[in-house]
Design a protein around this ligand. Structure first.
Ligand code: IPE
Ligand code: IPE
Ligand code: MG
Length: 265
């Protein structure tokens, strides 16, 4: 079980332990070059390769990439099918290399919507790399934060029906699709939009957010370093005051339990 930002105060680090990225701007990158949108997705795979390498070099333990949202099915069918094929090719080409670099691959999302060939490649890649320890690379595909919460609520309710009405955050967390990872410390979104787009809704509760105008295919190691520098400058208070931070952990009192606060008001 990992520390929850709403239940304990996570350790302060100079490099994030878990980095989550919304890789956005592929289409605009291509448009700028008078190329079809999908050329941007193809180039984006190159950026993924570089960023994975840079994360390993920096000792980042978890990297989570948003590759396809539960809402991306609304795109033109040709683009959706290009993205599915790209996913297949990327897995075929990259899994061996990830494995030899000590990367554990995980894919989260509602995979049932994918072609059997893609599901099979995902499962084989996950199994092959399951014991690797250097970096856990999670690809969120057909993922939505609301989907994740709903499947977790339903899983919890089925597992412990007798506790209905009294579930706690700690009861829910093991049912979330990324229960194997700590909450992200740093979130990066490329492409200039400042929104979460239904990514990790639960886990981003206290995450440091970083937005850059750069399109994903242009993102590189130097930009990653800039984001980490920004992260280092942040004062992560988790509800406390700045003065308490300088006074040290002893200054924090446990949360009080108010009489009557547990009932259904
Ligand atoms: C992100 O780039 C990749 C996916 C959502 C699959 P976009 O395709 O959203 O690129 P823009 O935002 O249209 O430029
Ligand atoms: C978010 O990007 C999803 C991924 C990067 C996979 P979108 O481009 O789909 O987000 P919106 O639609 O602009 O919010
Ligand atoms: Mg976009």
């Amino acid at each position: 079980m990992f520390a929850s930002a709403t239940h304990s105060i996570p350790e302060q680090r100079s490099v994030p332990r878990h980095l989550a990225i919304i890789m956005d701007g592929n289409g605009r990158w291509a448009k700028q070059r008078f190329l079809p949108r999908v050329a941007g997705h193809k180039q984006g795979v190159e950026t993924v390769r570089q960023v994975v390498k840079a994360c390993i070099e920096r000792g980042i333990e978890y990297l989570t990439l948003f590759a396809f949202s539960s809402e991306n099915w609304r795109r033109p069918p040709e683009e959706v099918s290009f993205l599915m094929n790209l996913f297949v090719t990327a897995l075929e080409r990259e899994v061996g290399r990830l494995h030899s670099n000590g990367v554990r691959l995980r894919v989260v999302g509602d995979l049932a919507a994918f072609e059997p060939r893609l599901i099979d490649l995902i499962r084989r890649g996950e199994n092959l790399t399951a014991e690797n320890k250097k970096l856990t690379l999670t690809v969120a595909a057909n993922y939505g934060g609301r989907w994740d919460l709903m499947q977790a609520f339903n899983g919890l309710a089925l597992a412990y029906p007798e506790k209905a009405g009294n579930y706690t955050e700690a009861d829910l967390e093991p049912f979330l699709s990324m229960s194997y990872a700590p909450e992200p410390d740093l979130f990066i979104r490329t492409g200039g939009e400042q929104r979460i787009s239904n990514f990790l809704l639960w886990q981003l509760a206290y995450c440091e957010l970083y937005f850059t105008q750069k399109f994903w295919p242009d993102f590189d190691e130097a930009m990653l370093e800039e984001a980490i520098d920004s992260f280092r400058m942040r004062e992560r208070r988790f509800g406390r005051t700045s003065e308490q931070l300088t006074a040290g952990p002893g200054a924090v009192r446990p949360a009080p339990t108010f009489a009557g606060s547990s009932g259904n008001a």
